[in-house]
Design a protein around this ligand. Structure first.
Ligand code: CMP
Length: 147
């Protein structure tokens, strides 16, 4: 099973939509392998968005990411990186169709409420930046007769 990193940006908690957004991933059948809420340090934000340093939106992006706690998650599933990117929709606001998370919830590209790894290399790097191995909680699909 492939793992990918997902971050619900500060706007998600601020807008009280954490449950709704998380539901999109769960409803699809992805498994939550690790999850936590944290306030990122500036150093961590700069490391996470290092590839965007120097872009015109960079400072504002850092500022937004520091504006409140984020919810960091590792999602697991078949082809999880691609599946999650399909659920989030494209980065550019004008390209994100209705039905995707960004298409449904984001009115500004910079404030696009969710980040998801775009490749196996970034998934590995981002997961390692946010989670220590002992923060993963393995679990089985037992007790299915409950629902
Ligand atoms: P994310 O997937 O977190 O990765 C980088 C972030 O930079 C992106 O989401 C947006 O929040 C932001 N971003 C990328 N491109 C632009 C842009 N053209 N204008 C403003 N913000 C952008």
């Amino acid at each position: 099973m492939e793992k990918t990193f997902v971050m619900l940006k500060p706007g998600v908690l601020q807008r009280r939509i954490a449950g709704e957004v998380l539901n999109r991933f769960e409803r699809k059948g992805l498994r939550i392998a690790a999850l936590k809420m944290l306030r990122m340090s500036r150093e961590m934000v700069e490391a996470h968005y290092a590839e965007h340093r120097g872009r015109d939106f960079y400072e504002k992006l850092v500022e937004y990411t520091l504006s409140g706690p984020v919810i960091a998650m590792v999602m697991e599933g078949e082809e999880a990186i691609t599946v999650v990117r399909h659920l989030t929709g494209p980065t550019n606001l004008l390209d994100a169709p209705a039905g995707t998370i960004r298409g449904d919830y984001a009115a500004r590209t910079r404030l696009n409420i969710v980040h998801a790894s775009d490749s196996p290399a970034s998934a590995e790097r981002e997961i390692a930046l946010f989670f220590r191995p002992e923060e993963f909680c393995p679990w089985e699909d037992g007790n299915r007769d409950w629902f």
